[in-house]
Design a binder for this molecule. Structure first.
Ligand SMILES: [Fe+2]
Length: 380
């Protein structure tokens, strides 16, 4: 246990309950340690903390438009590198047809989020169909390939030298948000058996592109190595679709993003924003609160719907808020802090919060929307 200096106090004009009953005309900002779990203070400001008129230097909010990423090779190892640090690697992959070779990530578990496209995934464990909204966890070392019926656009999240796990669901118990029984695993079915190429032609070759230490090696077989007839155990590719998540909410309290944690790995978490009712208590905030994320870099990939707290963001975009400055709702969203016109959100997004600073890939800078930093400007 960390022994933080701990002294909850109330000074000046302040609410005693975070995110509710703010002093009239104020804007609440949370400053906190360890994401939303350490010591925190809520400061009540006269102006929105995002009301800057200028922002200079290397620190700034970023937005990248993955819909503008040029065509990449069908191999996941040709996917466009967006952001990375020692613990996580984010890439955006376009695969229009079928992979030319099998893939094996020897650097870490891969979490594939299917943004667009449909098709079949074949792997050591059998066959799994995929569709938009699917999260597919591919354990490190798994041999796999996809055949696309519709072009695939996917966010690839690598837990470098690490594994994806489920979060501790604490007070709400193991069946909340999603029941582990909802996780699908591949089947040894007819489709899997049919692709095994049992009667392979003489000279047929199957290549496996292995990524280890971010370098690719190729292993060639004279047969399809996806030739399992069965398996047993508690390690496999697993899938859950985002629409099957049942988000936590409170009608009286705006829950922090950590309530929407879906997968965890060492030094980063993956959260899912899915449609949920707005808070109804008159004093409860109905938009995300301003906050400093000083211990984390925050990334959001916008999948579908209407992103209620951000202007000028469309599906396929990705934002990066490095630690070190306050962020929060855009000016239009801020007008709805206590009253929303609609009963519920209709956004689908994936958030990746990393404990260590992220490096921005050169290809991401090519599709950056540089005006993002100015998009809060009228918030005064
Ligand atoms: Fe945030």
């Amino acid at each position: 246990m960390k022994n933080y200096i701990h002294f909850p106090k109330v000074e000046g004009q302040a609410s005693r309950q975070a995110h509710a009953d703010l002093p009239a005309g104020t804007y609440e900002r949370e400053i906190s340690k360890e994401g939303f779990f350490g010591p925190a203070a809520h400061v009540y400001h006269r102006h929105p903390p995002t009301g800057w008129v200028n922002f200079e230097g290397p620190l700034r909010p970023h937005a990248f438009d993955c819909t503008k990423i040029p065509r990449s090779p069908e191999s996941p190892w040709g996917a466009t590198a967006l952001l990375h640090n020692a613990a996580v690697r984010l890439r955006f992959w376009r695969c229009d047809t079928n992979m030319p070779a099998l893939a094996r990530n020897a650097d870490g578990d891969e979490l594939m989020f299917v943004h667009q496209g449909r098709g079949e995934l074949f792997c050591d464990y059998g066959h799994l169909s995929f569709e938009p909204g699917d999260y597919i966890v591919i354990p490190r070392g798994t041999l796999w390939r996809v055949e696309c019926a519709e072009p695939l656009r996917a966010l690839l999240i690598e837990a470098t030298n690490n594994s994806f796990r489920l979060p501790d669901k604490g007070l709400v118990g193991p069946h909340a948000i999603f029941d582990a029984a909802m996780l699908d695993t591949p089947r040894i079915d007819d489709a899997f058996r049919d692709q095994q190429d049992v009667d392979q032609q003489a000279g047929a070759e199957w290549r496996v592109a292995v990524k280890r230490r971010n370098e690719i090696s190729t292993v060639t077989y004279p047969f399809n190595p996806l030739d399992a007839v069965g398996w047993h155990g508690d390690l496999s590719v697993t899938r859950i679709n985002m629409r099957d998540l049942r988000p936590l909410m409170s009608h009286r309290y705006h829950l922090p993003p950590s309530a929407h944690t879906t997968f965890v790995a060492d030094r980063f978490v993956v959260c899912s924003f899915v449609p949920r009712p707005f808070e109804t208590d008159p004093g409860a905030m109905k938009v995300p609160f301003f906050h400093n994320n000083d211990d984390y870099d925050e990334v959001i990939f916008y999948h579908a719907g209407n992103f209620f707290s951000r202007d000028n963001i469309h599906p396929g975009m990705i934002t990066l808020h490095p630690g070190g400055f306050t962020h929060g709702p855009h000016p239009k969203a801020l007008k709805n802090v206590l009253q929303q016109a609609k009963p519920a959100t209709d956004e689908y997004a994936v958030m990746i919060d990393t404990r260590d600073a992220l490096e921005i890939g050169e290809a991401a800078l090519q599709v950056e929307w540089t005006g993002y930093v100015d998009s809060w400007k009228s918030a005064t």
